[in-house]
Design a protein around this ligand. Sequence first.
Ligand SMILES: Nc1ncnc2c1ncn2[C@@H]1O[C@H](COP(=O)(O)OP(=O)(O)OP(=O)(O)O)[C@@H](O)[C@H]1O
Ligand SMILES: [Mg+2]
Length: 174
Amino acid sequence: MTSPTTDTVVRIAGVDKTFTRDGVEGTTALSGIDLDIARGEFVSLIGPSGCGKSTLLRVIGDLIAPTQGTVEVNGKTAEQARGDRDYGMVFQAPVLFDWRTVEDNVKLPLELMGYDSARRTARAKEMLDLVELGDFLRHHPYQLSGGIAARGDRSRARLRAIHPAHGRAVRGAG
Ligand SMILES: Nc1ncnc2c1ncn2[C@@H]1O[C@H](COP(=O)(O)OP(=O)(O)OP(=O)(O)O)[C@@H](O)[C@H]1O
Ligand SMILES: [Mg+2]
């Protein structure tokens, strides 16, 4: 934990998350979470299964809203940071579309960002070479081992985290 500075990338204050079902309060996954993460810091969330690690990452990534408390990423709301593509997220289980090849899965964020075909191909190859998946470009997810699928997923997450202003991957939650 660090003292708050302008170099604080993630700032979480008083975060609670209670899941409700049919309007009835169910599981309290997070309670009173305060956490500051500085730029360049490497942070691991460690705890027993079900203690709320993934829930906290989802709150930071603006995939779910906290019941209470605030989350800032790069000095913005988590929603703004997600919209600005300030970070990439790798899920606990690989998230690859079955009907797309590895290459086309990695290209998806670039399609959504409006990159032209040549740039999509070049960036996807660069990212896949980084994780040594160049030989699996034309494979579909069902043809991959679990570890290889996870590497494909990671290279796609890194692409999402390429900040247009810096052209570099921003490490963050997930
Ligand atoms: N969408 C949801 N609706 C209801 N309860 C949920 C939901 N997501 C998570 N929970 C509950 O919140 C608690 C925390 O779950 P979470 O997935 O954050 O745990 P975790 O620490 O990541 O566990 P693991 O180490 O097994 O991945 C668990 O009791 C879980 O059942
Ligand atoms: Mg988890």
